[in-house]
Design a protein. Structure first.
Ligand code: XMP
Length: 316
């Protein structure tokens, strides 16, 4: 594998020459490995752009900045676009409409920032082999903008960059191995997938900052307990969902009428089918008790026991 990585670095140097490259960093495995690889190949010719949509999990933007500073010797531009995304999403409840708006806003913000990188000729993206297959392509044909398409709905035609896709022959497991070999921390390398539209599709109904903040708190507790119990690497995806359903409870001696958090924890090989993970009851109890006690605005926690199919992994 080291040999393959070295070959890829040499090829990247040949392809890129002295030109400048931009890379959209999401904090996920694929984009991080691409950034690490391109940064090894051409160092400061690379500029990474991270868009904070306000739809990220608790502490995620800070973690990306932190990991980036430790592991990459290149420029990182963090764009705070929370207000813009929330404004565009105001009043929207339809899941597909949310996806469209997020995709378009992401492209607009990304294009604006990319345009500020003087003389950038290349766009590096973390397209992997399954992305190509899902989009009906083959590994040897230029894929246009598959990864962007997959995650956010496609780049505009006038964004003229040559694509650099060094992971296009790899499966996810290979990408993780490459990440380890490149010295990326396990926290990035063994990360569960996180959808492009982020928490917007886990915050059912209209997306507001208040609901997102509640969801972020509940999700952080859930992840912390799952990690502490050693279940993170034994599961495929774990997350909290904010349900805009009100339910009665009693907190600190007072009657409350607050919202509900659903916990989704699934095990799968390919994400096409999935079963709900049989978490120990004691762990579920710790998670639900902590969320209800510590998160303002939540009166009840439910565990999602729906298989895929027919239920999808995400709730929207
Ligand atoms: P579903 O909900 O379709 O999820 O069973 C299967 C996998 O895809 C992820 N997912 C998305 N990823 N944009 C993404 O980048 C999306 O709109 C999207 N919707 C679902 C989901 O998290 C799971 O890993």
């Amino acid at each position: 594998m080291e040999h393959l990585i070295e070959t890829s670095i040499v090829q990247l140097r040949e392809q890129i020459g002295k030109e400048r490259v931009i890379c959209g960093l999401s904090g996920g495995v694929d984009s991080s490995v691409v950034a690490a690889l391109v940064s090894k190949a051409v160092g400061e010719q690379l500029t990474c752009i991270y868009v904070n949509s306000g739809l990220m999990r608790k502490g995620e933007t800070e973690a990306v900045q932190d990991i980036f500073a430790k592991h990459f010797k290149t420029n990182l531009v963090v764009v705070d676009a929370e207000a813009r995304f929330l404004k565009e999403l105001a009043g929207v409840t339809d899941p597909q409409q949310k996806r469209k708006i997020i995709g378009k806003t992401f492209i607009d913000v990304f294009s604006e920032e990319a345009g500020k990188v003087d003389g950038a000729k290349f766009l590096a993206q973390g397209t992997i082999y399954p992305d190509i297959v899902e989009s009906g392509g083959t590994a040897d044909k230029p894929s246009a903008t598959i990864k962007f398409h997959h995650n956010v709905g496609g780049l505009p035609e006038d964004l003229e960059f040559d694509l650099v896709e060094p992971l296009r022959h790899l499966y996810k497991e290979d990408v993780r191995q490459w990440g380890r070999a490149l010295g990326l921390p396990e926290e990035i390398v063994s990360r569960h997938p996180f959808p492009g539209p982020g928490l917007a599709v886990r915050c059912l109904g209209e997306v507001t900052k208040k609901k997102l903040d509640i969801l972020r708190e509940a999700d952080a507790i859930l992840l912390q307990e799952i990690r502490n119990a050693g279940f993170y690497n034994q599961t495929s995806q774990v997350f909290a969902v904010f349900l805009p359903v009100q339910s009665v409870g009693v907190k600190n001696g007072e009657r409350i009428y607050d919202n509900v958090i659903a916990v989704r924890c699934i095990s799968t090989k390919d994400f096409m089918t999935a079963s709900w993970t049989r978490l120990p009851y004691e762990l579920l109890e710790t998670i639900s008790t902590r969320i209800i006690q510590e998160v303002e605005g939540i009166s009840r926690v439910v565990y999602d026991v729906s298989p895929k199919p027919p239920a999808t992994i995400e709730w929207e």
